[in-house]
Design a protein around this ligand. Sequence first.
Ligand SMILES: [Zn+2]
Length: 304
Amino acid sequence: MGFKVLILGSGSALPTNHRNPTAQYIFCNNRHILIDCGEGTQIQLRKNKVRLQKIDTILISHLHGDHYFGLVGLISTMHLLGRDRDLTIYGPDPLEKIVRMQLEIEGYPLGFKINFVSINGDSAKEIYRDNAIIIRTFPLNHRIPTNGFVIEETPKKLKINKFLFELDKVPIPAAQLFKMSQNYVSNSGQEYSYERYTQAPDKSFKYAYCSDTKYDESIIEHIAGASLLYHEATFANDMKDRARQTYHSTAEQAATIAKKAKVSKLLLGHLSARYGAVYTHLDEAKAVFENTYVVNDGDEIVLY
Ligand SMILES: [Zn+2]
């Protein structure tokens, strides 16, 4: 179990020596997810010792090259390494056509199946759920259709109050029912209320991902209360006009969204290559939302 976010690429359209284009690897309760796949993502996965065959789910936010140009390379390598497990890719409509055409021209069939799921940044919805995690998408406000994502743990089960459970000599099979908020009736007809023998479950964590987008308060309802928010901050306040024109955000705007959404921690990334240092972004964001961090390639943020 556990929940962590590994930053594979923290840059924007122009890669630099220190910042690769956007990609993140998410480990959540033994699920392995890639969000965006900029050029060089497979190399970043290797450098950071992530076994790329473990990745079963890829979420693509939008079809600007710095968010998906690494996809065909990654898929080809998975094939060359003998993958036979399915891969599911969520992204805007043209993605399937683009990827399949590139693979077809290579002239050999893949050894595994790719399931493409079309999401086009036009509505908020749940796109995946199992017994441990839920993935949702919601629209961002960018020049082309762009998906934001939320990955969260399913609500955890109630915890047994061992002291009272043992004190009252409750039959052992009752524990499983109590954890699911159900009472237990013994063979002799005695009813045990789950409320007496349980306490609140452990917290469920939630990660929200917003890249790329201009400042847009309609995002807030979808990311509210997140344990961790990644929000693009391509520009600092010196280029606020440029941010608006290009449908990007400043660090201060990202911090304002974080504050209004009452998240616990904010990560800033997708920094424009024109900025050498991160101090300005950090200062401007922290003035609004203190618990802010500017990510670097290779950073691992552990939720628990
Ligand atoms: Zn973009």
